[in-house]
Design a protein around this ligand. Structure first.
Ligand code: C5P
Length: 306
């Protein structure tokens, strides 16, 4: 049996460009991997089977739409072998929460099947397969902190000093990523700025944000947090504003919607601050649960290969 641990992500900057002809948006996407993560195990099986446990397990599809199952089939096809594996996901990452949990499971399944089937696939090949599965899957393989360009799959690791402490406030019910991107386009059209590639300036990474990461400065990072999808997530789920305000009132250094939401991310000054903030957010009644965690952490990796 192979066990792979894989992190969730928060986008400390999510700059969204115009809508491309292929239906995606060009991004300047600064991914940050956090310790809140899933574990995917791979055992010998017949065909591809999938099971899942965890608080949100009932919301996880167990058919071939699950990125973990798709990853197993894609890796097998790439090597011209039959896919035989029993996959299990121990799910801690919120489902449809804007933390790339489904993408994380896809990345973890690639690594777990590669080990189980003793394929030794080189990382660049795994990254290409990951990009075929989804825009956020390559980052879940890499972990750490990275700038994602293109639709988010063209990654450049970024320097970072020390650990940053976070709280993630989980909402009731998820948000659909395509729906949030569509709402972003709609808001841009309504504001008269247009939403196409020709009309929206190409986003770029914020130098102040990169300096805050490199210097290990949570106050500076908090000031630079930015998510171009936040207005769209708030438009679809207005009550998220209450959660963001509750975290800031409780002493968070900074707050933003994580990716396409609805999970809200809060930066704390240290581990003790994150514990206090999580307790205050839980008590505020503006979220279903609040989890303290930290990062950056590595990408999908085998933790048990017995
Ligand atoms: O790549 P992934 O399958 O995760 O993308 C899901 C959806 O999110 C896409 O179909 C698209 O609607 C939207 N998306 C986008 N631009 C990106 C990434 C995703 O519009 N860069």
């Amino acid at each position: 049996m192979i066990t792979v641990r894989v992190p969730a992500k928060v986008n400390v900057q999510l700059g969204v460009g115009g809508l491309r002809a292929d239906g995606f948006h060009d991004l300047a996407n600064v991914f940050f991997a956090v310790a809140l993560g899933d574990e995917v195990t791979a055992r010998p099986g017949t065909g591809v089977t999938l099971t899942c446990t965890g608080p949100d397990a009932d919301q996880v599809p167990l058919d071939d739409t699950n990125l973990a199952a798709r990853a197993a089939r894609l890796l097998a096809a790439h090597h011209g072998i039959e896919p035989h594996v029993a996959l299990h996901i121990a799910k801690a990452i919120p489902v449809a929460g804007g933390m790339a949990g489904g993408s994380a499971d896809g990345a973890a399944a690639l690594v777990a099947c590669d080990a189980l089937w003793q394929l030794g696939t080189p990382l660049p090949e795994l990254l290409d397969l990951a990009a075929d599965l989804g825009s956020d899957v390559p980052f879940a393989l890499l972990g750490g902190v990275a700038l994602g360009r293109g639709r988010g799959e063209l990654l450049e690791p970024l320097p970072v000093t020390g650990a940053f402490h976070w709280v993630f406030a989980v909402a009731d019910g998820g948000l659909s990523t395509p729906a949030v991107f569509r709402e972003c386009d709609r808001l841009r059209e309504a504001a008269g700025t247009g939403s196409s590639e020709a009309e929206v300036p190409t986003p770029d990474a914020d130098p102040a944000l990169l300096a805050a990461l490199a210097g290990g400065d949570p106050v500076a990072l908090a000031a630079a947090l930015a998510n171009d999808l936040q207005a769209a997530a708030l438009s679809l789920r207005p009550q998220l504003a209450d959660c963001l305000a509750a975290g800031l009132a409780a002493g968070a250094l900074g707050a933003l919607v994580s990716g396409s939401g609805p999970t809200c991310a809060f930066l704390a000054k240290d581990a003790a601050g994150a514990e206090q903030l999580a307790a205050a957010l839980t008590a505020s009644g503006t979220c279903r649960a609040a989890h303290p965690t930290y990062g950056p952490v590595p990408g999908a990796r085998v933790v048990d290969g017995a």
